[in-house]
Design a protein around this ligand. Structure first.
Ligand code: FAD
Length: 373
């Protein structure tokens, strides 16, 4: 590959010179940041540097749940975080989803308001009476949403699952097509004159009060501001604040089944949904946290076996199935379950640590980042 020094006058003028905003990472957050910057700065030059030939992290690999929180997960969050932080995070998810829907459009997202079920295993405790009512009251008060959650005891009969005692249904959660979402965001960026250099890895940077010199695998590029949107790959910049977290997913071959919607179980550690006649199932990271703290896109056999067992025993107990696709992606988590949005100095800013809710919060994080300049 050519070094930047070997590029023509035209190429350097077009891509390397005069960039106001340089963004590292072409995932949902990188592209959302670029689009929010464009809204604020219609004439400035914006370029996204992406190390992969495609975005290569989580944004093209996720399960497509447009979700803001299931009751058992929210209850768990209340036990580990101050309650106002829990509500702030839910607010960010709702804002992010609205922004994503308005920006990309429901049709382009293949958005389906199918609802979601938070499944409770036979041996798990059910939520304290009054918890759902209290949640519903807060959602109405804070966000104007009516009757978000209700208990559903009909779901086993409806879907044919085994091993669950009850479920909490959320009327507002929806599914999207992840590939279509990213393709449309890319198209919007191009329409807005945002440029991309793929297969370009940001290796280092030096900033002064005027600009930032960014070292890549092809040479140096400068900008007035650099935005770090590399999520699970940003640990070297924030060793105390975040860790990579691998997540694994598989999809069956087409089946005859009655499953339609989004499902969470084990306080969100497993999730599954229909993809037309197929089932997508992911999760199980809690079975091997240490191995899964990695940026390596491998598969974990222990987790794979647990996913297959879950399909056999709980989700498709009366039906043979075969696996058609499997992959892993890299997320980012930390001790705090909220994104890290921060200026490192006058010219360098970061929006990372999206956890398992990046589809929901990613657009809002991009907007918040664009306001740091
Ligand atoms: C299997 C799986 C299922 C998930 N399911 C859901 C879901 O259903 N709902 C939900 O809300 N969230 C889900 N998530 C989480 C969600 O996908 C992420 O939170 C979100 O995509 C993060 O977006 P991002 O842009 O911050 O990061 P990424 O999409 O990871 O983007 C970061 C980009 O930076 C690039 N990069 C890294 N280092 C460099 C460098 N040095 N120079 C240049 N480029 C670099 C990477 O190649 C990557 O393209 C899931 C994640 C996974 C892995």
């Amino acid at each position: 590959m050519l070094h930047f020094d070997q590029l023509s006058y035209w190429e350097r003028d077009q891509y390397l010179i005069g960039n106001t905003f340089v963004i590292a990472g072409a995932g949902l957050v990188g592209m959302s940041t670029a689009l929010s910057l464009r809204e604020r700065f219609p004439k400035e030059k914006i370029i996204i540097l992406e190390r992969g030939y495609l975005p290569t992290g989580a944004s093209t690999k996720n399960a497509g749940f447009a979700c803001f929180g299931s009751p058992t997960e929210i209850q768990d969050d209340f036990q580990h975080m101050p309650s106002e932080t829990v509500w702030e995070t839910i607010a960010l998810r709702l804002q992010g989803l609205e922004l994503l829907k308005n920006r990309v459009g429901l049709e382009a997202l293949a958005y389906q308001n199918c609802g979601s079920w938070d499944l409770v295993k036979e041996h798990d405790p059910i939520l304290e009476s009054g918890f759902l009512a209290a949640l519903n009251e807060q959602f109405k008060l804070r966000f104007g949403l009516n009757n978000v959650y209700r208990q559903d005891n009909q779901f086993i009969e409806k879907f044919g699952f085994k091993g669950y005692r009850t479920a909490y249904f959320n009327n507002y959660e929806s599914s999207i097509d992840t590939g279509k979402m990213i393709a449309k965001l890319y198209q919007l960026c191009i329409e807005q004159g945002i440029q991309f250099l793929f297969s370009t890895t940001v290796q280092n940077w030096k900033s002064n009060t005027i600009d930032v010199q960014i070292e890549t695998n092809h040479g140096s590029i400068s900008g007035d501001h650099l935005f770090i949107c590399t999520n699970g790959f940003a640990q070297s910049y924030f060793p105390n604040d975040l860790q990579p977290a691998r997540a694994q997913v598989l999809i069956t071959k087409p089946l005859h089944h009655q499953v339609k919607g989004l499902f969470h179980s084990d306080r969100g550690y497993y999730y599954f949904r229909d993809i037309g006649p197929r089932i997508l199932l992911g999760g199980g990271r809690h079975l091997d946290f240490i191995s899964e703290t990695t940026t390596d896109f491998e598969k974990n056999d222990k987790i794979r076996s647990a996913l297959i067992q879950k399909l056999k025993e709980e989700i498709l107990p009366d039906q043979a199935f075969e696996i058609d696709y499997e992959w892993s992606g890299i997320m980012s988590v930390g001790t705090e379950k909220k994104p890290l949005i921060r200026s490192l100095n006058k010219n360098v800013h970061a929006g990372v640590r999206m956890g398992g809710m990046g589809v929901a919060i990613g657009s809002a994080v991009g907007k918040a980042l664009s306001k740091l300049v």
